[in-house]
Design a protein around this ligand. Sequence first.
Ligand SMILES: [Zn+2]
Length: 507
Amino acid sequence: MRITHSVIVAALLLASGRLLAANVLLSNVVVYDGTGGEPYRGDVRIEGARITAVAPHLEPKAGETVLDQRGLALAPGFIDMHSHGDRDFTEDRAAAAASRQGITTILVGQDGGSMYPLRDFYAKIEGNPSAINLASMVGHATLREQVMGKDLYRPSRPEELARMKDLLARELSAGAYGLSTGLEYEEAHFATTDEVVELSKVAAQAGGFYISHVRDEAARTFDSYDEVMRIGREAKLPVQITHIKMGSTSVWHQAAKRMPGYFEQARKEGIDLKADVYPYTFWHSTIRVLVPDRDFYNPQKVENAMVENGGAQNILIVNYAPEPALGGKTLAEIAAHWQVTPVEAYMRIVRATADGDGPGEHDVNVLGTSMSEDDVRWFIAHPDIMFCTDGELDGAHPRGAGSYPRILGHYVRDEKVLSLESAIHKMTGLPAAQLGLKDRGRIAPGYVADLVVFDPATVIDRATVDKPLEPPLGVPGVMVSGEWVVQDGKPTAQRPGKVLRSAAFRP
Ligand SMILES: [Zn+2]
């Protein structure tokens, strides 16, 4: 690493209490500019928060710190299109699980749940910023809860829908990017498609898009995608199937057969259809999601859910508050331990964590292995499917700390499922376009210096079910608005992250 006299300037700034974004020349990088085009060797100049020059060779200017990157790759900061980082965002300000992967922006407010009201959440963040940027959707279930209280297991009434539309408009005007739903979760499962269409029209008026954890990720996956298409068609806004999956044995191996038809139909009808995917064959949720219509004590439905998931041995109970010793065992093992059938074990767990005075829904966490590798690969390779972690900053699923390096190391380098420039585009330029971000997601003069330095030869995830927060390898540097938030692979003390507001509402 070449260091000039300007390091002294940086040191003085440090001594003054705050390290201002210094002027930096990143020399000798291989630029993956986020467009999906061919990479090229060059130098990149950063002045303050922005990129000011990109060229095969740039002469150092006076007062500039030259950092020789020795041929490492440089990409725009990654954008996580489905994050649960909002849960810990104001406490975990380093957001290391995200930043160490190269993620510089997370899109939160997912699965129908957003912080409420968003203005207060944003003010709290801006009073005490994070290392990374945050953008949010408005959650459909959040609107339902505000208007319908706990009486959620039914469609909304017309006057309730009218109030939800008003609330949605207000939340969007705080700068949110559209509407999210989690129609598989019981708080929203009883909403009609009409309810969602009417709300989506409000999001459309604000220039937003619709992102959905669809109504059924198992046997009725394609009915659920038809519903997404209908929402796009009738509300006239871009639609995104989030953490897309063929989530049950009855729809395995269907991605390559069925999905091209959806994208083709969308193109014909002028529906802007996108999706995002995380690179694992197992999910993480509550145990109740296995029976979305709340008929938890119907043995046939529970039995079907088990079969759809490939059997009780594929359902891992990560933690179980009523009997902590059972954490880490599969539902099959717990059933054997209790000497009951897996169906009875399921019902006993739901009963013991029914909301009320005792343990609740979130006192039991489940990892379900219910996807097929060929489908996951098909989604990862598809040009209109972006990436996400679906992770928390302190979560039980390794996706929260491993997704992006896993795509770059495992799926790009080792398995050659897609090219590196295409993967980078799907992590940067493509999501930036979906969010309407005009000055992020690309390496070019004028763009904000959200950047990732990584080594394509060594980058890899290390997070596992046993160690879900284990940091990845091969991501030495991450910059947000021209400041290093990760250096030598470790989080720094810098907190340059911003709340990103939708262009329609930017002041
Ligand atoms: Zn979800």
